[in-house]
Design a protein around this ligand. Sequence first.
Ligand SMILES: [Zn+2]
Length: 299
Amino acid sequence: MTNCYGLTTPVHDSIGIAFDPFLGAANHSCEPNVAVIMSGRSASMRALRPIAKDEEITVSYIDDRNPYETRQAQLRERYRFTCSCRKCVSHDYYDQSGPNYSKPEPSTFTKLDHARSDHTAPQAAIKICTDILRSRLSLPKPPPITAEPYAGARTELIGRLLEIDDLLPALRHSAKRYFDIDPVRFPQPFEPRRVTNAWALLRVILRLNDQPESPLTQELFVEQAFDGVVIMWRLIGEVRRSVGRSHGPGEFSDLVQRLEAEVKASITAAGGARAVGYVEQDPEGFWERFKGWKDEVDY
Ligand SMILES: [Zn+2]
C-alpha cells in the first residue's frame, strides 16, 4: 500500500495533498527517523537522528506526540492498522510524562481537534486552547507542559492569536514554547519542528518591528527601551545554522539567508561596522530579559 502526504509549505502550513511513489513507500513509526519536508515542487526526507546502515526508514503518518491511545485510534481510523513500533509496544499510555502524573481528561483531545478545525473561528479556538492549558493545573499531579495535549494546544493557540494579530500573547506563548518546551520535546537542534518554531517566534518579533506605531511596539521597544534587534539577530543566526540539516536547500533556506543578510545590513547601517559584534555580545542583557517574558504566562 502506498500513502499520500499532506502538501505543506517548508514551514508546515498545509496547502493540499501530494503523491510520490518513493516517499509513499516509507512505513510508519511513532518514533520516526525521518521527517518529510516539502519545498515548492520537491520533497525531501530529513534525518531526525543518526540512522544506522540498513536501518528501516520510517516516517510518522500522524502526530506522534499524542499518547498511545490517541495514536492507535488515529492509525486505525485513517490507515486501518495497529501500530507495533517500539514506542507502542512499550505501551506507555502517557509516553511523555510517565505514570507519576495525572492523565488528562480524554475529552481534552477531542476539544483540541475541534479547536484545530477550519470551521472553528479564531476566538472560539483561542478559548478552547486556553481552557485546555489551564485545565492541566487543576489536575492533582499536573503533567509537564511538554506533554500532550498541552503542547499541541499551545501551538494551536499561537497560530490562532497570530490569525487575529493579537501579538503580545502570541509572543509570550511562542517564547515559552521556544525556551521551555521545544528543547525537551525535540532535543536535536535541527529537528524541523524546532527550527520552524524558532522561525515562528522570529516572525512575531519581525511583525512587531514592522508596526513601530502600534501601542505594543511602543511599550516594548520604546518605553521599556527593549532592543528587538538583539533577539532577532540571535534567533535568525540559530535558524540559519540549523536550516541546512533541518530543511536542506530550497526556498525556506534561501529565505532565511536573505533575511539574515537584510538584518545584518540594517544593523550595520544603523551602528557602523562594529555594530554586529555589539549586538552579539548583548552587553545590556536583552536576551535574558526576553527570556523573562515567557514567565508572564503561568499556564
Ligand atoms: Zn507506534
